[in-house]
Design a protein around this ligand. Sequence first.
Ligand SMILES: [Zn+2]
Length: 384
Amino acid sequence: MDLHGILKTLVAHDTTSMRSNLALVEWIADVLDQAGCRVRLSRDPSKTKANLLAWLGPEYEGGALLSGHTDVVPVDGQVWSSDPFTLHERDGRLHGRGAVDMKSFVACCIAEFAARDRARLKRPLILALSYDEELGCLGMPGLIADFGAAGWPKPAFAVVGEPTSMRIATAHKGVFVGRVDIRGHAAHSSDPREGLNAIECATDVVAALRGLAERLKGHGSALPLDPPYTTLNIGTIGGGEALNTVPSASSVVFEFRPIPEADGGAIWDDIANIVTTLDARLKALIPDAGATLARLATVLPLREQPDNAAEHIVRTLMGSNAPSVIMPFGTDAGHFQAAGIPTIVCGPGSIAQAHKPDEWIAIDQLTAGRRFLSAVGAWAARTN
Ligand SMILES: [Zn+2]
């Protein structure tokens, strides 16, 4: 199957994050299995989503790991000129949901794995496809764990093919998403003294988070990020049962986006301390009241690394000495880096066309992506 045909099939599978990606992943697994890959799937707890790992070539250290996500953002509320799940070509562009973010890179990988003569590979090619990246890299912990469970040797480098117009990106912020749930105590509003107002407690949490956000502004990044500090946003707040009832429950959902130099875990611990202190205060008033903190998602930052082997190898393969870039959004890349694999982000197409109605990739970008994958395959077939 040619590259265009592969991309058409990938786009035809509606893998919006809220839906199952199994049909798509099983189709890719079949194609890669026929190409001689060893393929592993790791499922989410609901068994409706799966990550895919595929290994082509000898089981040596020092291979190339290529990675993409299988999910796409919703088309709900968007006006499209054509069916989003049918790849349409117009004016040198291919339109479809996921065309640029990021099924074109995945298609380039599949085409290369299918075309490459496995017997001639001196180094392995590894494909890693995740689920629910768009919801906060939810598939990545399971994908990294499955790589460990396979007992496969460590690759020399990883490339996450998010759209960078084929520029090399070496850093981005992370995203930590959390929810604070507060249990108060219901009472008739005519005598609030009988209850414990969960919404008022939530405003204490909001005030504490705002204070933290102000402090985080004081720790600037040396990288050209905008804004150049860790941001914190309170996204939703909910609670209350009725006007004449003291609310018994409330919740606050927030995210913070740590700069690559920041310790996201330490910031999370600061928030955990705020919640633990509140919990103790509430329990002292009413034993069954309290506050808890839940982690909803973790996108690890991609940290700039001196002498990044991934950057060095990819520069050589692309013959590029263009300056590397810093990305304004998070990707799966930080999770590979945290697993000890030198990692960059580099893929075809522009993020400017992602997540929008009539999403598209320029055909010359798709071609550039395919050329890059050919270079990676040729590298794997050489000894030096
Ligand atoms: Zn993406």
